[in-house]
Design a protein around this ligand. Structure first.
Ligand code: GDP
Ligand code: MN
Length: 397
């Protein structure tokens, strides 16, 4: 589950991670009250107005603006709330902004320069250990840093049995070129950050930038936090943080009926039973010159009703030019699935306006093929993998 910046920062703060302070606002009036409250609390005269959407690169897209007085707070909040924010990480049409985070300005001048760092915590799947990934190149697009100057990205792996050792926090602070007070602050920051990561059952923390202020504080200025869905039963209080407006509506609907659906950019819809077969099917579609429009695992209990629901979901994606059904009948019987397809066709009628290629293999595959071939519907059946690929290619041209 992905969180908004303001929610992520609240979780960080609850574990003692120092953050740039902010208050979320749904309107210009709320933004002004928030700014006043922040001035009272921190003494800041300047504020930053930050669009809250589930995507990064907001600064580049005009979703993060500095306000030097309350009039600017009001006008910038008014301008950002309700805008359709386009960033390198949003779909091309952008995402609507429903709320802003009004923050204290933390880039004030002082005794030393400010510096921005990149720090993330994530699981290294190759070693099965959590790691801290960090760089002096904060505030930049980390993918670009990884591509052009990979030597500027450091990693520190944590032994799960021992936890983070104090020397590891010091090593991070050292490699970030810090000394004196900032060094001490960074070791505290890293230690609290890792504790927060483990105890919140997160799957990703990405803090870009972490700021060293001109008076040597270390603060999280941004926060991308993803909570591991499988751990949400342990964090009932986090459930309320879900913002369905940020999620793909087809994925939300699929989740409600217990289907595993992931929306993708391609043009060939697929309906498969089993995650492994679904991955192989996506490869098959690629090889046939197409691009999968989705990942959909209908699971081991693919009966007629589920098949129909799955069709309805896939057809909601306007990019779909063909649908490939690839079912291996082990527990599920192929003839049942075939019947589901025939029923779905009858019930959905004109809604099915793209060719369907069906490959059914396994228990009762022959009966299934007969059912489909004799149905008189615009369904191409295949038994071999390659045959299915060829038919997909034909269908999408
Ligand atoms: P992102 O663009 O979605 O990654 O949003 P960030 O939270 O990282 O903010 C984008 C940029 O806004 C940061 O890299 C900073 O340069 C700038 N910014 C954030 N907070 C402040 C602030 O308090 N003062 C000033 N002057 N700039 C800020
Ligand atoms: Mn950022």
């Amino acid at each position: 589950m992905n969180l908004h910046e303001y929610q992520g920062k609240e979780i960080l703060a609850s574990f003692g991670v120092a953050i740039q302070k902010g208050i979320v606002a749904q309107s210009a009036e709320e933004a002004v009250s928030a700014a006043k409250a922040l001035t009272e609390e921190t003494g800041t005269g300047w504020h930053v107005i930050k669009a809250q959407i589930h995507a990064g690169g907001r600064g580049k897209g005009g979703g993060v603006k500095l306000a030097k007085n309350l009039d600017e707070v009001s006008s910038l909040a008014d301008q950002i709330i309700g805008m359709q924010l386009v960033t390198p990480q949003t779909p091309p049409e952008g995402k609507p902004v429903h709320q802003v985070l009004v923050c204290e300005d933390v880039y004030y001048p002082g005794e030393s320069e400010t510096s921005e760092f990149y720090i993330s915590v994530l699981l290294n799947r190759a070693t099965g250990r959590n790691m801290i990934m960090y760089s002096t190149e904060g505030g930049m697009d980390i993918e670009t840093v990884a591509e052009e100057t990979p030597h500027l990205i450091f990693t520190e792996e944590i032994d799960p049995a021992v936890g983070m050792m104090p020397f590891q926090a010091r090593k991070v602070a050292f490699n970030l070129g810090l000394s004196g007070q900032a060094f001490k602050e960074m070791t505290k920051f890293i230690t609290a950050l890792y504790t927060a990561y483990v105890n919140s059952d997160s799957s990703l923390f990405e803090i870009n930038p972490v700021l060293k202020t001109s008076d040597n504080k270390i603060l999280a200025v941004d926060a991308k936090v993803s909570i591991d869905d499988n751990a949400l039963f342990r964090h009932k209080d986090y459930l309320a943080l879900r913002d369905i407006r940020e999620e793909n509506p087809i994925e939300v609907e699929a989740g409600e009926v217990g289907l595993n659906y992931v929306d993708l950019d391609g043009n060939v819809g697929c309906m498969v039973n089993g995650a492994g077969l679904a991955m192989a099917t996506m490869d098959l579609i690629k090889q046939a010159g197409g691009d999968p429009a989705n990942f959909l695992d209908v699971g081991g209990t693919a009966d007629a009703a589920r098949v129909e629901t799955a069709f309805r979901l896939i057809l909601k994606d306007p990019n779909v030019k063909a649908i490939l059904v690839n079912i291996f009948g082990g527990i599920v019987r192929c003839d049942r699935v075939a019947q589901g397809i025939v029923d779905a066709y009858k019930n959905l009628g004109d809604a099915i306006n793209v060719p369907i290629i069906v490959r059914l293999q396994g228990t009762n595959a022959d009966i299934a093929k007969e059912l489909i071939d004799s149905s008189g519907l615009n369904v191409l059946s295949a038994t071999a993998f390659q045959e299915a690929a060829d038919k997909v290619q034909e269908a999408i041209g």
